[in-house]
Design a protein around this ligand. Structure first.
Ligand code: URA
Length: 282
């Protein structure tokens, strides 16, 4: 298998070591055919070939807070949706941020240092949804600032994407920007798993963020992001590698960067997922 230079750059950014068999190395100067990567990707290709990939919608419908069925829910819906507050449906960014900052809907407000709202371009074409703030995020008030955030930034950079909302000389191009938010806006104590009730309390905030951003593709990273958006309890390995739908917006499920730090062999699959998400914007 031959990798284009952008693909090689992406794999290098993600920390994947590539090597070339001697013959191919003579033809291809930089890095490589990734035997390890190819091996890791092979089952994915099979899985993807077997999957039905609906075409990306021509125009993205702005999400609404009304309940809508997610892509074939494969397990009982674990999250009971909090009734949408009509006031929330009308909130602009400042009002929403303030509602999050003052939220006391669940007990996580007792232990948080601060809420972690979200970061990025307010109309980014990519929306990345993580799980919940960790210790560093709780301290700084920004999602994904720890080690897993650094990996996420490298992955995004490999795709030519950034979370920076402003550029020094010209307005940021929303096509090259992401908006990052978590399913939960407060850190669960000692990074314990969030409860279904906590996820349900926070869900309207995430949904309003999605409605304001109107992304063209959503990347759901990790189990709790997936539970919040798709209502599915299936393992990431079963849901990734194909397109899902979130109220008309294509959604790609992938591994959480913290998991990838523990299981670097799965970075190749995550890379595949990012490429799949990128195809929604082609
Ligand atoms: N993990 C997440 O899911 N979100 C963060 O903001 C940090 C770590």
């Amino acid at each position: 298998m031959r990798w284009s230079e952008p693909q090689q750059a992406m794999l290098r950014e993600m920390g994947l070591r590539l090597w070339l068999p001697a013959a191919a190395a003579a033809e291809q100067p930089v890095a490589a055919t990734a035997t390890a990567v190819t091996a890791a990707t092979a089952p994915v290709e099979a899985e993807r070939a077997a999957a039905t990939v609906p075409p990306a919608p021509a125009a993205v419908r702005p999400p609404t807070l009304a309940a809508s069925p997610a892509t074939p829910p494969s397990a009982p819906q674990p999250v009971t949706r909090a009734p949408a507050d009509p006031a929330l449906l009308a909130m602009d960014w400042p009002a929403l941020r303030s509602a999050v900052e003052t939220c006391r809907a669940c007990s996580l407000c007792e232990t948080r240092q601060q809420t972690v709202f979200g970061v990025g371009h307010p109309r980014a074409h990519w929306m990345i949804v993580g799980e919940a703030p960790g210790e560093q995020e709780d301290g700084l008030g920004e999602p994904f600032v720890g080690e897993s955030g650094q990996l996420l930034d490298r992955m995004l950079r490999a795709l030519g994407l950034s979370r920076d909302a402003t550029e020094p000389t010209e307005p940021a191009d929303p096509a090259r920007q992401v908006y990052i938010a978590n399913a939960l806006k407060c850190r669960p104590p000692r990074n314990r798993n969030p409860t279904a009730a906590e996820r349900a309390s926070c869900q309207p905030f995430l949904e309003r963020q999605l409605a304001l951003v109107q992304p063209r593709v959503i990347l759901a990273m990790g189990r709790f992001a997936v539970q919040s958006l798709l209502g599915s309890d299936e393992p990431i390995g079963k849901l990734r590698g194909r397109l899902h739908d979130w109220r008309g917006v294509p959604l790609v499920v992938t591994y959480h960067p913290a998991y990838l730090l523990r299981q670097p062999a799965d970075k190749a699959r995550a890379w595949d997922d990012l490429c799949l998400a990128a195809t929604c914007l082609d």
